[in-house]
Design a protein around this ligand. Structure first.
Ligand code: ATP
Length: 487
């Protein structure tokens, strides 16, 4: 079975996972809308991440592989921040891609994507391969989206939609330390929208202009930062494996020294073999970066740059004043046990919620052959979502629309709903067709009320993957489904 992007995109539209944004007006490039099932799925991705990283984290217990116990807390900062944040973080001056235009086809391309971009006029050739292309010199293009605040609308009122959620965490570092009893090491976690004016949004939701990130800034003592870097790199990689991504389709790729950002001691990308890539190629799902004290220092002192000796120092104008002034606030941490004051180092696991959701969709896609009611083999599309991620947890069917079966099925459906499980009720069509409808959206369990239910007070539970059917007492059905979802 090949996972083709065409089939996956078609299924996403057909069953209401992902729609083109503003479709009735021809679409808006780089923006996507999640339909009812996509909304459930993406919410599960975010919730599972938050649960595993924050809510279920036990600060009294040392997780396997971690150098010590630690705390994890959440944060929700605004999408728009003071413009000085982006000047000090480096985004204002440095967050750009190189853009190339073609005078012949009027196409606009990211310079580093050109070798793999089909020419809009001759799709069998890549841009730049044939004589007709008239490419301009590469120009810098800042990826931050600008907006105007207030009624006057002058350039002084310009602000930026955040291109990452991370800076909201750094500028609140002191607030979190002062308002809670966190002690180093600890992590601050944030899930939220980010915006980047991507030159060429493409590959479905993989490269969008509006997307969601799930970021952790983990603060630790500088002497322990390498150990924590290794811990987070491995833990985040395993998170995807535990949610069902096959080992041969996900890699942990350490960046080469020359790929590292100037402040970073180490960075690794977690990458997935998306079906739109060529055989052997992988696309980034998440970056895990060792950021040293770069961010807290920049927000104290001003924008940093590397000097001739390779050390970070405040970037200066010709007259010696800082190019972009920091807050001047003291963002150091005081350890009351050791009486030491220092700037913590930071490990940043930064994941994309949309790219994660897309990877889980691609991974779930399966096709097989199953006999229909007449015993004839039919192609079946099966979304093998991990039960924690599945948008619909169970479907309830009365075998036929009489003999009290719909009433009993509605009762069970109501109990599952009260237990907080997203379920569907379906009494339309042959039972086999109802199973196939649920398989195509990845529902792990189908519950059927049949003629025997009135006698033995049991229902049939069918497992999506093994196709095994078990009789389960109606009185235990909610507990049974809840425990199977956790298994
Ligand atoms: P890329 O090299 O693919 O542009 P990046 O290295 O710039 O990504 P980061 O700045 O490390 O990405 O952002 C962290 C995560 O946010 C990425 O791993 C990805 O999952 C997500 N992300 C970044 N840009 C986009 C985008 N344009 N669309 C969807 N998700 C994105």
């Amino acid at each position: 079975m090949t996972r083709s992007m065409e089939k996956i995109v078609a299924l996403c539209k057909r069953r209401g996972f992902i729609f083109q944004n503003s479709e009735i007006y021809g679409g808006q490039n780089g923006f996507w809308d999640y339909g009812p099932l996509g909304t459930e799925l993406k919410r599960n991705v975010r919730d599972v991440w938050y649960h595993d990283m924050v809510s279920a984290h036990n600060e009294l217990q040392q997780p396997a592989g971690a150098p010590s116990t630690f705390q994890m807390v959440g944060l929700e900062s605004a999408l728009i921040m003071h413009p000085q944040v982006w000047k000090c973080s480096g985004h204002y001056d440095l967050f750009h891609d190189m853009m190339v235009d073609c005078h012949a086809c009027k196409g606009r391309f990211r310079q580093d994507h050109i070798p793999n971009t089909p020419c809009p006029q001759k799709p069998s050739k890549m841009v730049g391969e044939h004589t007709g292309c008239q490419l301009t010199e590469p120009r810098e293009f800042n990826l931050m989206m600008k907006t105007i605040l207030g009624a006057l609308g002058t350039e002084e009122d310009a602000a930026f939609l955040r291109p990452e959620t991370a800076q909201g965490i750094f500028v609140n570092f002191k607030n979190v330390c002062d308002s809670t009893r966190v002690k180093l090491p600890f992590g601050i976690c944030q899930v939220g929208k980010s915006f980047r004016n991507e030159i060429t949004p493409r590959n479905f939701t993989f490269r969008s202009r509006e997307f969601e990130q799930m970021e952790i800034e983990f603060f630790c003592h500088p002497s322990q930062s390498r150990e924590w870097y290794t811990y987070w790199r491995d833990r985040r990689y395993n998170w995807y494996l535990n949610l069902g991504i096959a080992k041969d389709r996900i890699i942990l790729r350490d960046h080469h020294q020359d790929e590292l950002a100037h402040y970073s001691v180490g960075t690794a990308d977690i990458e997935y073999a998306f079906p739109f890539l060529s055989e052997g190629e992988f696309g980034e799902l998440e970056g895990v970066a060792h950021r040293g004290d770069f961010d807290l220092r920049s927000h104290t002192e001003g924008k940093l740059t590397k000097n001739a000796a390779g050390e970070l120092e405040v970037e200066k104008n010709a007259d010696g004043t800082p190019k972009h002034r920091g807050s001047g606030k003291d963002l150091t941490y005081f350890d009351d046990q050791t009486r030491e004051r220092f700037l913590p180092h930071v490990i940043e696991p930064s994941a994309g919620a949309d790219r994660g959701t897309l990877a889980f969709i691609c991974e779930a896609y399966h096709e097989d052959q199953q006999p229909d009611e007449k015993g004839e083999m039919q192609e079946r599309i099966l979304m093998k979502f991990h039960p924690r991620l599945a948008p619909v947890k169970a479907a309830v069917f009365p075998l036929i629309k009489k003999e009290g079966m719909p009433e009993k099925a509605a009762e069970i459906f109501g109990e599952l709903k009260v237990a907080g499980l997203n379920c569907q009720y379906d009494q339309q069509g042959a039972i086999g067709r109802r199973y196939r409808r649920q398989d195509e959206i990845g529902t792990p369990f189908c519950i059927t009320v049949d003629g025997d239910t009135a006698k033995d007070n049991c229902v049939t539970v069918r497992d999506r993957d093994s196709l095994q059917q078990d009789r389960v007492p109606v009185s235990r059905i909610v507990d049974e489904i809840v425990s199977r979802l956790k298994a």
